[in-house]
Ligand binder design. Sequence first.
Ligand SMILES: Cc1cc2nc3c(=O)[nH]c(=O)nc-3n(C[C@H](O)[C@H](O)[C@H](O)COP(=O)(O)OP(=O)(O)OC[C@H]3O[C@@H](n4cnc5c(N)ncnc54)[C@H](O)[C@@H]3O)c2cc1C
Length: 408
Amino acid sequence: MGAPRHVPPDPSARLWRNPEPKRGYDVVIVGAGGHGLATAYYLARNHGIRDIAVLERGWLAGGNMARNTMIIRSNYLLDESAALYNHALNLWEQLPAELDHDFLLSQRGVLNLAHTEQEVRDARRRSFANELNGVDTEWVTPEEIAEICPILNTSDEVRYPVLGATLQRRAGIAKHDHVAWALARKSDEMGVDFIQGCEVTGFTTDGDRVTGVQTDLGPIAAGRVGLAAAGRTSLLTDTLGIRLPLQSHPLQALASELLEPVHPCVVMSNHVHVYCSQAHKGELVLGAGIDPYNGYSRRGSIRTIENQLAAAVELFPIFARAHMIRTWAGTVDVTPDASPIIGPTPYENLFVNCGWGTGGFKATPGVGWVFAHTIATGEPHPINAPYGMERFTTGALIDEHGAAAVAH
Ligand SMILES: Cc1cc2nc3c(=O)[nH]c(=O)nc-3n(C[C@H](O)[C@H](O)[C@H](O)COP(=O)(O)OP(=O)(O)OC[C@H]3O[C@@H](n4cnc5c(N)ncnc54)[C@H](O)[C@@H]3O)c2cc1C
């Protein structure tokens, strides 16, 4: 048995225990990102299952959960997506009280800009679809945008002028680290074991049943196993001969120096590839599309940053002299239809939740809810029933490339 590779910091030790792993659990979740944490929470809360371990190779919520740009919205195009993301948004609104933890949920509104006639048509179509699905949405003109976000350049003097935008007023941001700590603290109180510095390397099986996991801290038996290990999920299922259609790419973000509050909402532009909001502390938080190559390194290329900043300065001339002081990257797992995979596998007792691409933070409570249901009952919840891996052979894809935010 190897020693844990990471000693968790003191503050987190006060929020949850750091127990030694038991030899076996009713449920083992692999990956203590937002999705693993939310799944454990709802397994305990909704299904009364308390004998749960969440195994994490690094430190709790140190993967994409620590690296995202905090944007929450539910204005996706298709019915399946609207159901999933709106379920999440409804839960976001009640979670701070439920978890007794203020994670700075700020429903400041998200503008998705359109810069071409085709984008206008696509965005309006999405906005009509949203209305039919009960997702709050508005189409706003450049003049209205200028009132909502006065620092945005809505003049004609840019390469791609702003022709309009969809606005979701209920959308916004939430402080990702606080969300993770809140979920971990409440789950810990209900008896969930978080085992950090514990990498899952494979499975123990009995015929077509998974009976546990192999880890670098030794084998751990499990009644059921839920994989929420983002891009590494396909490496794990490979050991069982299950091939998942995931490609992993670096995705970068940047933060500026602290500025006074000037940016009142979230602005996203798929076309010129930048999105921007202002964090509670005052930094601008910016992101762009994925780097095009595959890889697990958490570094992206300078070229992506250059393009992103050129677009940002064009849209927000006021930021031309702002200093960017930090850049980082995560590894996002992308499926062919830009929608996640959530459901059972050919192995009894083994369930997967992966393929969130650039947009899984916003789904955190919603997917935790439906993945917990799937693990507890052995059957998908109606919301995640369309998200099974069989869609890549039946062809019943959920193609969300247009609405899945930045390009991937
Ligand atoms: C730069 C950037 C910006 C983003 N911005 C947004 C945004 O604004 N809004 C939004 O909705 N989404 C955003 N995302 C996407 C979002 O962060 C992810 O979709 C989401 O965090 C996925 O959650 P997760 O729990 O599946 O993954 P993670 O948080 O990555 O958790 C997976 C965990 O599994 C662990 N793990 C992996 N393999 C093993 C193993 N073998 N054994 C044990 N543990 C293992 C990892 O260490 C990791 O902690 C962004 C992502 C990035 C990188």
